[in-house]
Design a binder for this molecule. Structure first.
Ligand code: SF4
Ligand code: SF4
Length: 231
């Protein structure tokens, strides 16, 4: 289970500056349980964006946005509408945003922050990972998480140590920032590399005190213990 909360509406509007048509995707898995990306939230976001003069070209709520096969089966019939849109807005956790961005050759804006639930962090088949950092940066990195894909977790570009496209720290892996550069180039968004990402508030990765008394928190701790972890 990955817990998310919607980003402030003004932040989302800022992502859409200069764009007219946006396609909204939601998730009937964790985001639905978090009340951030199920059908009611997708329809509410549609209404709010239209109220700001945006054109919402379409909406789709996929059972699990972290599952590539499901994303493909739901979005492929809508391909023409999606490709005619300027971008997609994904209301889901960081894994869902990354999954959609890996499959659609369009900019994908994150509509949520994934927050720490201190638990087992769910299981999914794809390679995309999220550290539940509480302040999603995927807007600036082509939908590829710099915290999980770069061995040093760099947020403002590469370290310069890559060799033949491989990471300086883990030569068996591609350099995460080369992947980010390639994705931004492919989607015509190299301009976002000029955005300075300020130092991160790592406190946002701590579970929030108010979460500690929720049933969702208790369930996550039970799952973690069952899997042999410590809490
Ligand atoms: S930037 Fe990465 S770790 Fe942070 S919420 Fe987004 S996907 Fe998760
Ligand atoms: S080589 Fe690339 S992935 Fe490895 S630490 Fe440097 S920037 Fe990060």
């Amino acid at each position: 289970m990955l817990r998310s909360e919607q980003k402030p509406f003004e932040e989302i509007l800022g992502y859409l500056e200069g764009e007219d048509k946006v396609f909204i995707v939601g998730c009937d898995g964790c985001a639905q349980a978090s009340q951030t990306g199920g059908l009611p939230q997708v329809l509410e976001m549609k209404e709010r964006l239209e109220g700001e003069g945006k054109t919402v070209s379409g909406c789709s709520v996929v059972d699990f946005l972290c599952q590539k096969a499901l994303v493909a089966s739901r979005l492929r019939p809508l391909e023409d509408t999606i490709m005619e849109s300027d971008s997609l807005l994904a209301l889901c956790c960081g894994v869902g945003v990354q999954t959609v961005a890996a499959m659609v050759k369009k900019p994908v804006h994150p509509g949520c922050n994934t927050i720490n639930l201190g638990g087992s962090r769910g299981e999914w088949q794809g390679s995309e990972r999220c550290m539940e950092c509480g302040d999603c940066l995927l807007e600036y990195t082509g939908g590829i998480c710099p915290l999980t894909v770069c061995s040093k977790g760099l947020r403002n570009g590469p370290c310069g140590g890559a060799s033949n496209g491989k990471c300086e720290v883990s030569p068996e892996k591609p350099c995460g920032w080369e992947l980010i550069y390639a994705r931004l180039k492919e989607t015509g968004r190299l301009d976002v590399l000029k955005t300075f990402i300020p130092p991160k508030d790592w406190n946002k990765m701590r579970p929030r005190p108010e979460m500690l008394s929720t049933s969702m928190w208790a369930l996550e701790q039970m799952d973690t213990l069952r899997e042999g972890g410590t809490v």
